[in-house]
Write a protein that binds this ligand. Sequence first.
Ligand code: PMP
Length: 460
Amino acid sequence: MNELSNSVAHADITTILHPYTDARMHEQKGPLVIEKGDGVHVIDQSGKRYIEAMSGLWSVAVGFSQTRLRDAAAAQMEKLPYYHTFASKSHEPSVRLAEKLVEMTPENLTRVFYTSSGSEANDTVIKLVWYMNNALGRPQKKKFLARNKAYHGITIASGSLTGLPGNHRDFDLPAIPVVHLTCPHLYRFGQEGETEAQFCARLLKEAEDTILAEGPETIAAFIGEPVMGAGGVMVPPEGYWQGIEALCRKYDILLVSDEVINGFGRTGARWGCEKMGFTPDILVTSKQLTSSYMPLAAIVFSEDIYNVIADNTHKLGGFGHGFTASGHPVACAVGLENLAIIEEQGLMENAAKMGERLQAGLAKLADHPLVGEVRGTGLIAAVELVADKATKRPFDPVGKVGGKVFEYGHEEGVIFRNLGDSIAVCPPLIVTEHDVDEIVRLMGIAIDRAADWARAEGLV
Ligand code: PMP
C-alpha cells in the first residue's frame, strides 16, 4: 500500500460508520478501498482487479467506466446543475425521463414521482396510498401486506415493509401497520414432501386468510419484489403472482411491484412483473435506472391513483410531499442516457442470453457437497450453502462459511455478496460469455476453499 492508501484507510476507520458493517471488526481489518472502475471490473488501491459480480449493490447495468454517463452529467451540470420540481417548477431532464419510464413500463402505468433512493420511493408509495385512501374517505384502509425476507429499504416506513430481522430487531420496527406473509421460497419454507403447486396454494390461502382476518377494508396494498433480492434471491413458485394479483383485485388492494433490483432486464425480461406475469398498480424502480452513477429512484403508477390524488389536493390542504432532489436534473439526465445505452446496446437482451449461461453454469455446482440449492433467473442468482445437504440443515452460526466464500472471492479477484450462507451473483448487464464463465469458475474455487476451511473448523 502506498502512503495515500494508508492515509485513506486510516481516515476511514477513524471517521466513518459504515452501513451493514461490524464497526469494531472494521477498525481492525480496515476498508477495501476501491479506486477505479473498468467495465465489469473495479480496481483497488493496490492495483488489484476484481470482477464485480454484484454490480456494486445490484445496480451498475452498464459497467463501471461508461463515459457517456460522465458526459451526460457534465453537460447537465454545465447547463442547469440543480433545480427543483416543487410548486409547478419543471425542467426537461425530469420530463423526458418520465416520458421514457411511462413508455417502458406496463401500459396502465402513466404517472411518475421521483426520489433519490429506493427507500424513499417505498416511503412515497406508502404515503401515496395513504393519501389516496384518506381522500376516498376510507381512513381505516392503511395496512400493507409484505413478505418475510423482503427488502424494501431501511427508512422507518420502508424498513417496516422489509421482512428481515436485522432491519427490525434493534430499530423498534415495524413502525407502520404491516403484516408479513411467508416467504415464497420452496426450498426453505416448503413443508416436508410439499410440491411447488401445493406450496403455492398454501401461500395463497395464507394470504387470503390473512386478508379476511385483518379485514379487507383495512388492507391498502400488497408490496413485493417479483424475484426477491437482498433476502437471498428467491424466485416464487409458478402461479404465485397470478394468485396474489387475483386476491388484490378481489379485495380492492393495490399491488406494488418493487423492481428496485428487478427492473431493466435483470431477471431476463424488461420488468420482473412481466417475467412473473402480473400487472401492478405501482412500480418502483431505482439502481439500474442510472446504473447508480447518480442517486435516483422513480415510482410509476396508474392514472386511477393519480386522479384520486389530483382531484383532492385542493381539498386536503395541498400535497405535502416531495424531496429537495425529487427529479434532480443531473440524475435524470444520467438516467436518460443510461436507458439509451441499455436500449442501443441491447443490454436487456444480453442479460437474458448471458443469464441462461450463468444459471446453467452455476447449476453445475449443485453437486458440490456444501451446496444445498442453486437458484435464480436471468442475471441474478444465489448458491445456498448448507451443513447437511440431505436435511438442508444450515450452518451454525449462519453466515460464517458464506463469509469465507466472500473473503476467498476477494482473494481470487471477484466480488460476491454473502447473504447469510447464500452467495449472491448479480453482474452488470454488459457481461460477456467469458465474464460469466469466469464468475462461475471463481465461485467454484471460492466454495471449494470455504469447504476446506469448514472441514478444518469441524463445521461439516
Ligand atoms: N427495494 C429493493 C427491492 C431493494 O433491493 C432496495 C435496496 N437494495 C431498496 C428497495 C432500497 O433502496 P435504497 O438502498 O436505494 O434505499
